[in-house]
Design a binder for this molecule. Structure first.
Ligand code: NZQ
Ligand code: ZN
Length: 390
């Protein structure tokens, strides 16, 4: 049995119109000066930013703002945010958006609360000692950053996309109003659902003991997201389905579905981070490309788990040959991605990398000191290259 911990301190405030409580919520925590952090256009266009400002003004809470976070958020804006937070003596960061905005807020939170260069926390084993408190208003169900301890930032110098994990950055609260996600483009909805499922799949495909209850939670989560992702592909305005995937987004990456495991594989994520670091692709779409190739490369190392996944999640009829059942499960997942109009290879993703680019991505991957990533099968540079090449 593995030693294990579950720590999920984020207050979840879920349901229609919950964002209207924002002034009260921050006032109750006693914060005085807020940095409102957001992305490109969507939260401005919907009027959400204005509503938040009005709510803060009504409670006499001072604020400054920094928009412009791009998908695959960049270090240069993080530095701007740190300077702003320090000069304005901000004591709280409110992230309004998805994973990119929340991750950028977490990095600003580290940079403002520590003297060290924030990039050290992403590029070396240095760990932050503090973080400004963060709250979120989630506008896309996907990354799970609204409850997770992780954040991923791209350093434009060298296109290095790297993550930092620290419980210090887990949001104090996350407001989740599924209505806010009704304006999402279909592509982002679908990519979000791929990412949500992948956060559980990364943990599900492990190489150690598993708790039956954790497996049952994981398989239920995957089935519910699969069902509602297909529903949303046909009915993007289905609010009940929006609510299901939003709650799943948070539970899938807050550690719950990894409870009792050895931590999970996460090679698919690491390989995808190289794709989005170099080519700025949408994270979920990149995952849909990497996972089937990864799965076919490693499934024999953990055959019984791939069979369980095929039968319990992908509704495959088990056949006498376990390998055939496992492969049918992987194929069913590819069909599901196609039903969501997600790509399953680099060409469908619109990429045609050169040999040198494939090699560079394989070499740059965020390897452990032993030179490998992944748990199901420990992958070295040549394995990662082979998976990318598929
Ligand atoms: O910038 P705006 O105009 O807001 O547009 C965004 C963006 O273009 C748009 N969008 C968001 N909410 C919307 C909306 N458009 C219309 N209506 C709305 N309600 O959606 C686009 C994507 O937003 P983004 O925040 O990038 O999406 P997501 O939540 O998928 O985040 C992706 C980032 O999170 C990282 C990924 O690597 C990627 O950088 N991840 C973070 C993790 C974590 N911190 O725990 C874990 C994940 O595995 C992932 O790596
Ligand atoms: Zn992800």
């Amino acid at each position: 049995m593995n030693q294990t911990q579950f720590y999920a301190p984020t207050r979840v405030i879920f349901g229609a119109d919950t964002e209207k409580q924002i002034g009260d919520i921050i006032a109750n925590y006693g914060y005085k000066k807020v940095l409102i952090h957001y992305g490109g256009q969507s939260a401005l266009r919907s009027g959400l930013i204005d509503h938040v400002k009005q709510s803060l003004i009504s409670k006499k809470i001072d604020f400054v703002e920094l928009g412009g976070v791009v998908p695959n958020p960049v270090l240069s804006l993080v530095y701007q945010g740190i300077t702003l937070a320090k000069t304005e003596k901000v004591d709280f960061i409110l992230a309004i958006g998805g994973g990119s905005v929340i991750d950028s807020a977490k990095a600003i939170g580290y940079g403002a609360a520590n003297e060290q260069d924030v990039w050290d926390y992403y590029s070396t084993s240095a760990l932050p000692q503090a973080c400004l408190p963060i709250g979120t208003i989630l506008t896309i169900a996907a990354a799970g950053s609204e409850m997770s301890n992780s954040s991923v930032i791209t350093n434009e110098a060298g296109n290095l996309k790297r993550g930092c994990g620290s419980d210090l950055s887990r949001p104090l609260f996350s407001i989740m109003d599924p209505v806010l996600t009704l304006t999402l483009p279909d592509y982002q909805t679908a990519a979000g659902c791929v990412d949500i499922m992948m956060h559980t799949m990364e943990r599900y495909f492990n190489h150690g003991d598993n708790l039956e209850l954790t497996d049952a939670i994981s398989e239920s989560l995957l089935r519910v997201v699969k069902k509602n992702a297909l529903l949303l592909a046909k009915e993007p305005q289905n609010l009940a389905a929006r609510g299901e995937v939003m709650w799943a987004s948070s539970l899938s990456h807050n550690g719950l579905t990894g409870f009792g495991t050895d931590g999970g594989d996460f090679a698919t994520h690491k390989i995808e981070h190289e794709l989005s670091g170099m080519f700025d692709v949408t994270h979920g779409a990149g995952l849909a490309v990497v996972w089937p190739n990864w799965a076919r490369y490693v499934f024999k190392e953990r055959l019984e788990r791939f069979v369980q996944f095929a039968v319990n999640v992908m509704d495959v009829e088990p056949c006498a040959d376990a390998e055939e059942t496992a492969l049918k499960g992987i194929h069913a997942m590819e069909n599901f991605y196609h039903a969501l109009k997600m790509p399953t290879n680099l060409k469908e993703l619109g990429l045609n990398p050169t040999e040198a680019e494939l090699q560079e991505m394989a070499e740059k991957c965020d390897y452990r000191p032993d030179g490998t990533i992944g748990i199901v099968k420990k992958l070295a540079v040549s394995d990662v290259y082979a998976i990318l090449k598929c």
